[in-house]
Ligand binder design. Structure first.
Ligand code: SF4
Length: 362
């Protein structure tokens, strides 16, 4: 290992130049970085991987993010909303399989019908599982009242990715209109935190024109915002989007993958006791991508429990895995993978020590 990287890995606090050095270090140093991050994870949150059964509730979205396959203007997909009975059945599958938590994700929709439906689902799932099944929501930008209603119904975690903490980069990957304002997203993140959710955010790694300094600033943004959960993934082009219409270069995809592993490892060193997701996007690039993310300090995976007939419709990026696999094989395969290295936190919500500390301080 180089002496520079060794000295950085021995520091308690990393500054921006340390983070940039770690992002650009050689392969051997990167291996040491990931190993160190896994050790820090084991020390601060345990050698345990927590499960969040993912339910992709609806692909109807009012927004038009330039990178996303379910953006409003993509006419190539059939839109769906899963009926409540099937959402509840998927949640009960998670409960029966002792997952501990589910995550409900959807395109952005602020109608009263959508809001009250989610409220109903959260309330019903909590009741049917005697409050045992934890519920994470990832339903985009909403107003304070909506966030509060869902919190009061029993949701306790919310994931809203900032996608790019640099305002100029954010502007370049979103349409320039009032629906897609950086400040609005930031306001929403603040509201989520103030209401009392365990608050998660994250970024895409490898966006066009993104620099290592942007990525270092993303880490600093998440540290300064004092998040509880982080979900990051490599940017993967989708051919039916403005940012993906020219296709993908596999060489760059591999670079993005490696850079994402480093980002995961660095955020673990900087925020030792938070939850970090090993995203399925990693698995799209490398079949062992999710395991490699766990080996770099991540501690959460989100097995897909969306009923299989809807999965083709939730292709937010190209080549997302698990589309045509039946649910049970998807999950048991996952279990085998996971059991190879870490203990699976069956039945546990897997809240972070970070959140407990943050709440006790405030
Ligand atoms: S990223 Fe989210 S808000 Fe943007 S188009 Fe996709 S689903 Fe909609």
């Amino acid at each position: 290992m180089s002496s520079l990287i060794e000295s950085i890995l021995n520091k308690d606090d990393l500054d921006r130049s340390d983070i940039i050095a770690l992002l650009r270090c050689g392969e051997e140093d990167a291996t040491m970085l990931c190993r160190k991050a896994a050790l820090v994870r084991n020390q601060y949150v345990g050698n345990v991987v927590y499960l969040r059964g993912l339910i992709e509730f609806s692909n109807i979205c009012g927004k038009n993010c330039l990178y996303c396959g379910i953006r409003r203007d993509n006419r190539q997909i059939e839109r769906y909303t899963i009926p409540n009975s099937e959402v509840i059945e998927a949640a009960m599958t998670a409960y029966r399989m002792n997952f501990g938590s589910i995550a409900i994700q959807s395109g952005e929709n602020s109608s009263e019908e959508f809001t009250s439906n989610i409220e109903y689902l959260v309330h019903t799932i909590r009741e049917m599982t005697n409050g045992h099944l934890g519920i994470t929501l990832s339903l985009g930008e909403q107003n304070r009242e909506t966030y509060q209603r869902w919190f009061d119904a029993g949701a306790h975690r919310y994931l809203l990715r900032i996608e790019a903490s640099s305002q100029s980069l954010y502007r370049r990957v979103h349409p320039d209109d009032d629906m897609h304002r950086y400040h609005r997203r930031l306001e929403c993140l603040k509201m989520i935190k103030e209401i009392g959710y365990q608050t998660g955010t994250g970024v895409m790694v490898g966006l066009p024109s993104q620099t290592l300094t942007d990525l270092a600033d993303d880490i600093i943004f998440m540290r300064d915002f004092d998040i509880d959960m982080c979900g990051m993934g490599p940017f993967i082009e989708h051919s039916d989007t403005p940012l993906g219409k020219n296709g993908s270069d596999n060489l760059y995809l591999r670079e993005r993958f490696n850079l994402t592993l480093r980002m995961i490892a660095i955020i673990r060193l900087v925020m030792k006791d938070i939850n970090i997701v090993a995203s399925t996007a990693m698995q799209t690039i490398d079949p062992l991508g999710r395991e490699m993310a766990l080996g770099s300090g991540a501690n959460v995976v989100m097995p897909n429990l969306t009923p299989s007939r809807y999965r083709d419709g939730y292709r937010i990026y190209a080549g997302k895995p698990g589309y045509r696999k039946v649910d049970e094989s998807n999950i048991s395969g996952l279990r085998l993978e996971l059991l190879s290295g870490m203990t699976v936190g069956f039945g546990a919500w897997g809240d972070t020590p970070h959140f407990e500390k943050r709440i006790s301080k405030s």
